[in-house]
Design a protein around this ligand. Structure first.
Ligand code: ADP
Length: 297
């Protein structure tokens, strides 16, 4: 089964054009959708998840026309939105039982088996009797995935799932996604470059409502490799240099600003070539400096 996104556009009533002609074809496995805040990721996810209609274009999952047959899409979909809530006084087990009943698993024995197997899959079996209100961020996210998995979805969408997780929880969550992605399509929407680099075979970078790069992470990196250069500057030289070069990012190393620039050929001037990584490619394509690394004089 394949997800085809064709030429989606969406302008909100306040005039913001969140999607500007997005086309993508997504196959089984983990697909990373990378972009800065405001790029249009959630708008795209909500459109795929049938929660909002585009102005133009369409989404097709196998032979389902998603806008025309929302119910058919929803039956195949597991969606973990950016923000969701559980009843804090329910246990993990009771929460899953509740959602399984909502999903139409009416037979009590079948529901119990389904809930137990999901609890094991997301590594919450030991904590199954505990109230969800006392769960850590990572446990809540894993319970969210369990809820998303209840109906055996063929397409799973997770929106910014690792924000706020500590490194251990983050890895545990990414491993879980990786297992889930072996059999179905998983779209991971995130602004965290590492999540995509570690996990996704295929990816797209979106910025200002457009796809600006697409392919395997290696291909996305290869497109900028040999064209990124770096050089340390004195703070007093920085403003002038930022005007002169096509700056990809400005970072600090040992307290001094280092400019990463894009140049087809060697810019000389003391610049050295950078072995580009996905973060360099991301900054190049999104045209934004690294968060928190802006350097002022
Ligand atoms: P991302 O998920 O990449 O952060 P969003 O899809 O949330 O991006 O937002 C894309 C743009 O659309 C942003 O400028 C955002 O402010 C705007 N936007 C998102 N949702 C709405 C809405 N319901 N009404 C108006 N503007 C919106």
């Amino acid at each position: 089964m394949e997800l085809r996104i064709e030429n989606l556009t969406k302008t909100y009533p306040n005039g913001v054009r969140a999607l500007n002609g997005i086309s993508l074809t997504i196959k089984r496995g983990l697909f990373g959708l990378l972009g800065p805040n405001g790029a249009g990721k959630s708008s795209l996810m909500r459109t795929i998840a049938t929660l909002q209609d585009p102005d133009q274009g369409g989404v097709y999952f196998g032979d389902i026309d998603v806008q025309r047959d929302k119910e058919a899409m929803r039956a195949q979909l597991g969606y973990l939105p950016q923000e969701f809530g559980f009843y804090p006084t329910l246990s993990a087990e009771a929460t899953l039982d509740h959602f399984a009943a909502l999903k139409g698993v009416i037979n009590a024995k079948e529901r119990r088996e389904r809930v137990q197997s999901l609890l094991s899959q997301v590594n919450l079996y030991e904590a199954r009797k505990k109230n969800v209100g006392g769960f850590s961020g990572g446990m809540k996210q894993r319970l969210g995935i369990a809820v998303a998995l209840i109906g055996n979805p063929q397409l799973i969408i997770v929106d910014e799932p690792t924000a706020g997780l500590d490194p251990t929880e983050r890895h545990r969550f990414l491993n879980l996604l990786s297992e889930v992605g072996e059999n179905v399509i998983v779209i991971l929407s995130t602004h965290i470059v590492e999540d995509v680099r570690e996990l996704c075979e295929r990816m797209a970078i979106i910025a200002q409502g457009r796809v600006v790069a697409e392919g395997g992470p290696e291909e996305v990196i290869a497109a900028v490799n040999g064209r990124i250069w770096k050089r340390t500057f004195e703070k007093s030289e920085l403003a002038e240099a930022q005007k002169r070069y096509r700056v990809v990012s400005t970072r600090l190393m040992a307290g001094k600003p280092v400019l990463f620039i894009y140049s087809e050929g060697s810019p000389d001037d003391g610049f050295t070539p950078v072995n580009a990584d996905l973060e360099d490619a991301y900054f190049f394509y999104t045209g934004r400096p690294a968060a928190g690394s802006e350097v002022t004089q």
